[in-house]
Write a protein that binds this ligand. Structure first.
Ligand SMILES: [Zn+2]
Length: 351
């Protein structure tokens, strides 16, 4: 309903549109609250619900409706809503709606960036057949993570700390990895319904920017460590949403609620990191690490990181080692959060 109203509204506008007017005149009869997205048996049917939720989320997002926006930047969004009116028919539609659902809750404080993202959405295309450097190693890593009980336990531990349940029931074996092309290579990946989306252009850029004096084997290791970080981060978002049975859940909200109920000091301390994926990265690596930057630093201890990573992936039942951040010589990723469930490199903020 909200999607349908938005199409009608946008078609009447010229040049710029004021979403506050749409919110006040059109959306007010509909649910003003954030909608919950429950899971249907088919991802296509679940993704169909994203259409209304994106519009409803935008109406609740002051960062979005505070400014007027260019009609032309939203033409494709309208087209996407129209072409999916009777249902979702392909992977690209699911991926584009998924990314927009995350974007609709973002903290972007810049009208141009909002408009640019909506404008370039049609450049997002799923392509699982495309070849790129280290592709097979990446697929092996993804399968290794899913089937490694020690790793799965740590991700579950993150989710338990956020929602306060005793156990997490999530079928990690059903997770898929999907590759996408996109016009901005800074988009590393994002969380899907039952999958993790990974950007091919971001992979190429990451590998290209690695130190030239690294040999291929060293480049592969750093690449895989960074992919490990990205995969566990996004899997945490995917699993968390599935466990709370709401794909429109936001980890900052869940964490704030839990913080208010919790008596544990350590949880309160960790909850300062207000995003589930980052909390998960910290559980594995003590800090949120910028691996591209770290590998360029003279303090970077490659041997230590490589050894830690081997232990992380080993199938032995020994508990996972504690990552020693100081010894690693790594550099923290201190960039500000604009997006939930989306992983991107710093430059995206300057788009
Ligand atoms: Zn995240």
């Amino acid at each position: 309903m909200a999607a349908c109203k938005f199409i009608a509204f946008l078609k009447k506008q010229n040049g710029c549109f004021d979403f506050k007017i749409f919110k006040k005149d059109y959306l007010v009869q509909l649910s003003p609250n954030k909608t919950s997205i429950s899971y249907h048996a088919s991802p296509n049917d679940t993704a169909f619900l994203f259409r209304d939720s994106i519009v409803a989320n935008l109406a609740l997002n002051e960062y979005f409706y505070q400014d007027v926006h260019e009609v032309s930047s939203f033409n494709y969004f309208c087209q996407l809503l129209e072409e999916t009116e009777l249902g979702i028919t392909n992977e690209n539609q699911i991926a584009r709606l998924t990314l927009l659902l995350h974007v609709s809750k973002s903290l972007i404080d810049d009208q141009v960036l909002w408009d640019n993202i909506f404008q370039i959405i049609p450049t997002l295309e799923i392509d699982d057949q495309i070849e790129f450097i280290f592709k097979n190693d990446l697929i092996d890593l993804f399968n290794g993570i899913k089937s490694n009980q020690k790793i799965v336990r740590k991700i579950n531990q993150t989710i338990i700390s956020i929602i306060g349940l005793q156990e997490v029931k999530f079928d990690y074996s059903s997770l898929k990895i999907k590759f996408f092309k996109f016009s901005i290579s800074e988009l590393n990946g994002f969380a899907g319904l039952d999958c993790v989306y990974i950007g091919i252009d971001a992979i190429r850029r990451f590998v290209c920017e690695l130190r030239q004096d690294f040999d291929n084997e060293q480049k592969l290791k750093i690449f895989l460590i960074n992919m490990f970080r990205l995969i566990i981060h996004e899997i945490c978002h995917v699993a968390l949403r599935k466990v709370v049975k709401n794909f429109n859940a936001s980890s900052p909200t869940l964490i704030t609620q839990r913080k208010q109920q919790s008596n544990s000091d350590s949880f309160k301390k960790n909850a300062q990191i207000f995003e589930a994926g980052v909390l998960c990265e910290k559980i594995f690596f003590s800090e949120r690490i910028d691996w591209a930057l770290s590998s360029k630093s003279t303090r970077f201890n490659f041997a230590y990181c490589e050894n830690f990573f081997e232990k992380l992936l080993s199938k032995s039942e020994a508990e996972l080692p504690q990552f020693d951040f100081n010894k690693s010589g790594c550099i923290r990723d201190t960039s500000k959060f604009l997006f939930m469930a989306i992983d991107y490199s710093r430059k995206i903020q300057m788009l």
